[in-house]
Design a protein around this ligand. Structure first.
Ligand SMILES: C[S@@+](CC[C@H](N)C(=O)[O-])C[C@H]1O[C@@H](n2cnc3c(N)ncnc32)[C@H](O)[C@@H]1O
Length: 235
């Protein structure tokens, strides 16, 4: 069975024998793959909304796996109890939503052995939150699909060793392994920051001025990191 590259990269971070909760499963492609390939011993597919759950149930039934994959409706990790699974996947949602799901999960999150996250935005804030809240970024990947670069983060309980905030936010393991797509991703962030800085220029408020200064400093640091990845920033 073939998965889109993004979901395949997530699956690659899940060791054989794991018990998995796929939060915000939608079509349940990942749970079906994990069971079919014999990677997960059990999977619970959860979603907040009726429509995606219906799609999940249909796909699971068509795959003949209705007795192997539990489907549950609920908010975030509420669908499992502490210790029921060792791995949670939260993919295809905003970084803020992922952070809120983990914040609210309390004991259930504390008993997980690993989390695999694929934020659709605000990945830097999410990484900084993980590092400040007892999660170590164990590994990371970048995947290009449909003209977009997706970020995949594997985090485990522990202390993040990277202390530089900018490096934590862009992906400390991506930087260490000099991921071939990292420079391109940083350059996209630099372009986005420059647009925000230009928009801030129009404001006369002192608070905006301070925010602008901070963003300019951060952007200069990103430019140095992009250089260190040996791709000159030509924009
Ligand atoms: C874009 S889909 C991602 C589907 C799949 N995880 C993937 O990466 O391909 C996001 C899904 O998350 C669900 N969702 C959003 N917020 C949620 C929450 N707080 N708890 C559970 N599911 C949520 C939505 O209903 C939707 O089905």
């Amino acid at each position: 069975m073939k998965l889109p590259h993004r979901l395949m990269s997530i699956a690659n971070f899940i060791p054989a024998g794991s018990s998995v909760a796929d939060i915000g499963t939608d079509h349940a492609l990942l749970p079906v793959y994990l069971i079919r390939e014999g990677i997960a011993s059990r999977v619970i597919a959860g979603d907040l909304n009726e429509g995606p759950l219906e799609a999940a149930c249909n796909n699971i039934r068509e795959a003949g796996l209705a007795d192997r994959i539990g489907v549950r409706r609920g908010d975030g990790l509420d669908i499992t109890w502490p210790g029921e699974v060792d791995t949670a996947v939260i993919a295809g949602m905003g970084g803020g939503t992922i952070r809120d799901i983990l914040k609210l999960a309390g004991e259930t999150a504390a008993r997980l052995k690993r989390i695999v996250l694929q934020p659709m935005g605000d990945s830097g804030d999410l990484r900084e939150w993980l590092a400040a809240n007892g999660w170590r970024i164990e590994d990371e990947d970048l995947v290009r699909e449909d003209g977009h670069i997706y970020e995949i983060i594997l985090a485990v309980p522990g202390r993040e060793t990277e202390t530089d905030r900018t490096l934590v936010s862009i992906g400390p393991r991506l930087f260490e392994k000099k991921h071939p797509l990292l420079a391109e991703m940083i350059k996209a962030k630099i372009r986005k920051n420059r647009k925000i800085i230009a928009a801030m220029q129009l404001s006369r408020s002192p608070e905006t001025g301070i925010k602008q200064q901070r963003l300019m400093e951060r952007t200069r640091k990103l430019e140095r990191i992009a250089d260190a990845c040996q791709v000159p920033d030509d924009n």
